[in-house]
Write a protein that binds this ligand. Structure first.
Ligand SMILES: Nc1ncnc2c1ncn2[C@@H]1O[C@H](COP(=O)(O)OP(=O)(O)OP(=O)(O)O)[C@@H](O)[C@H]1O
Ligand SMILES: O=c1[nH]c(=O)c2[nH+]cn([C@@H]3O[C@H](COP(=O)(O)O)[C@@H](O)[C@H]3O)c2[nH]1
Ligand SMILES: NC(=O)CC[C@H](N)C(=O)O
Ligand SMILES: [Mg+2]
Length: 528
């Protein structure tokens, strides 16, 4: 089945994936590719629209990524018209640079909110009120428009806040914006991106959750054939929904493996098995590999090293379990399925040059080089809330859908420095109380994720007239829609107070509780 497709070329912006989200929210399928992808390969995807993302470099820097002008001559499937193009920030600058316009560093760099003081009524800005706020993040600006272009919006600081090709020019429908329509701080940004795909590109919007499920199931059947799949199941949202989708696609050619890496939350190993066996009729093997994981992690303090060890050990355990399945089936399962999401991918890999590796997610960058399986990752292009929607449509129990995300490396990235069983047990107790207080106060569903972090510091306290010198935990709760950006949750003081009180009273070894009030960026959600 083919879709209307929009191709997003990534010039290294941290918010490229948000462009993809907005396009999909408008019902249009899109794919992100590195800006270095040859133009012929872009053409082969037969896009109906092209979006050029922002990026950290300057177009006049040596080695900065440039726009291949032949990308401006692609033809839309169906209409045969030139493929419309939208450049965002660096994308606009690259577009202008390629067409002979001028880009220079500006005296006043611009970061943050800025009201549009005027804009032209056109297809891109349809329904966007004058004076609406846009979000800027740039140090360069356009000083001269390429031939055949005019400025169509201005802010106080940027007389060229948006450009459009003249209707009678040879360029076709080409637009550029200096601001970032993909971020929520741009008040009508979603409308602008929707306008681009629906009005400018003329697309109907044929991408829905239902069509996604049908097509992915078909794709999985084609990929797997008569072979067998091992799925790493954590009981979290992504892998549980992946299990439901795979089960729909290939029935009992699926075995799920749930690993206790010694870094799960309190009672989780038993609880996940119960929920899963009640909710699904799928083969599940639960493996206690806690000694193996904790043994390998002993004495290791570096966060990236911890992640790599965990990633590799997971695969080893999957391989061991596979041997048992192989013996039963008489042939080796060829595939390993994971609930990998788009944010896991984007934060772990770096396309040539532009975007920076933030942390190695255990299931992506943490994988060993020689993997004995072919991967099945049906959600590699999706965001968490899209997966939740897929799960709801597949009938996955609500108890699973509403769970906060929990990282594969588990408590290892919440125990700062070296990990051992004792510390994990201590943290588990504090974490349980924290989550319990959120549930009983009715705030669990208001936050994206909440957990406790064990700090490698001791501090002095006084309990019942004697001196204590014990460890500190920091509580974290964040709001977010996709985990890419997040804010600390403004929870009621009573909830924080009760949690603190209970932790200090009930957990021996902890005498101080702090609350993390950092947003992402510049912090990340997890501490390691
Ligand atoms: N304890 C585990 N046992 C087996 N596989 C695991 C385990 N923890 C993580 N995985 C694998 O790693 C993948 C990525 O983990 P991640 O935490 O991102 O997803 P999830 O656990 O499925 O969902 P959620 O983000 O809601 O926690 C999972 O989808 C799963 O395939
Ligand atoms: O399965 C996972 N394996 C990992 O290695 C990993 N690292 C971070 N996370 C989760 O990703 C989201 C964003 O986290 P950060 O802001 O800390 O990068 C948050 O929801 C984190 O819990 C992981 N999940
Ligand atoms: N966000 C961006 O795309 C920035 C583009 C370019 N690096 C600038 O500073 O203007
Ligand atoms: Mg998880």
């Amino acid at each position: 089945m083919t879709h209307e497709t929009v191709v997003i070329l990534d010039f290294g912006s941290q918010t490229t994936q948000l462009i993809a989200r907005r396009v999909r929210e408008a019902g249009v399928y899109c794919e992100i590719h590195p800006c270095t992808l040859p133009a012929e390969e872009v053409a082969a995807m037969e896009p109906s629209g092209l979006i050029l993302s922002g990026g950290p470099m300057s177009v006049y820097d040596e080695d900065s990524p440039q726009l291949d002008p032949s990308l401006l001559d692609l033809r839309q499937p169906g209409t045969g018209e030139k493929v419309p193009v939208l450049g965002i920030c660096y994308g606009l600058q690259a577009l202008a640079h390629a067409l002979g316009g001028g880009v220079e560093p500006s005296a006043r760099r611009e970061f943050g909110r800025s009201p549009i003081v005027s804009h032209e009524e056109n297809d891109l800005f349809r329904g966007v009120p004058e004076g609406s706020v846009v979000w800027m993040s740039h140090g360069d600006h356009l000083t001269r428009l390429p031939d055949g272009f005019r400025a169509v919006a201005a802010t106080d600081n940027a007389p060229i806040a948006a450009v459009a090709a003249e209707p009678d020019s040879e360029h076709g429908k080409v637009y550029g914006v200096q601001f970032h329509p993909e971020v929520v701080h741009t008040e009508h940004g979603a409308t602008i991106l929707r306008n681009f795909v629906r009005e400018v590109c003329g697309l109907r919007g044929d991408w829905t959750t239902g069509s996604f499920i049908d097509e992915k199931a078909e794709e999985i059947r084609a990929q797997v054939g008569d072979d067998h799949v091992i799925l790493g199941l954590s009981g979290g949202v992504d892998s549980s929904v992946a299990a439901a989708l795979l089960h729909k696609a290939i029935g009992d050619q699926l075995t799920c493996v749930f690993v206790d890496n010694g870094l799960l939350r309190a009672g989780e190993f038993e609880q996940v098995q119960t929920t899963f066996r009640d909710g699904f009729d799928i083969d599940l093997r639960a493996v206690d590999a806690s000694d193996l994981f904790l043994g390998r992690l002993a004495g290791v303090a570096d966060p990236e090293e911890k992640r790599r060890i965990i990633g590799r050990t997971f695969i080893e355990v999957f391989e061991q379990e596979t041997e048992a399945v192989t013996a039963e089936l008489g042939h080796k399962p060829r595939f390993l399925a994971q609930g990998t999401l788009y944010p896991d991918v984007i934060e772990s890999v770096s396309f040539k040059g532009p975007s920076a590796t933030i942390k190695t997610h255990h299931n992506v960058g943490g994988l060993p080089e020689k993997l004995g399986f072919e991967l099945v990752e049906p959600f590699r292009e999706l965001f968490k809330d899209e997966v939740r929607e897929v799960g709801r449509q597949l009938g996955v129990p609500d108890a699973i859908i509403r769970r906060h995300p929990f990282p594969g490396p588990g408590l290892a990235v919440r125990i700062l420095g070296p990990v051992d069983r004792e510390k994990a047990d201590l943290l588990r107790q504090a974490d349980t109380i924290w989550l319990d207080e959120l549930e009983t106060s009715g705030t669990y569903d208001d936050v994206w994720q909440a957990f406790a972090v064990l700090l490698p510091v001791q501090s002095v306290g006084v309990m019942g007239d004697y001196r204590t010198y014990e460890q500190a935990v920091c509580l974290r709760a964040v709001t977010s829609t996709d985990g890419m950006t997040a804010d600390w949750a403004k929870l009621p003081y009573e909830v924080l107070g009760r949690a603190s009180n209970r932790i200090i009273n009930e957990v021996r070894g902890i005498n101080r509780v702090a609350y993390d009030v950092s947003s992402k960026p510049p912090a990340t959600i997890e501490w390691e």
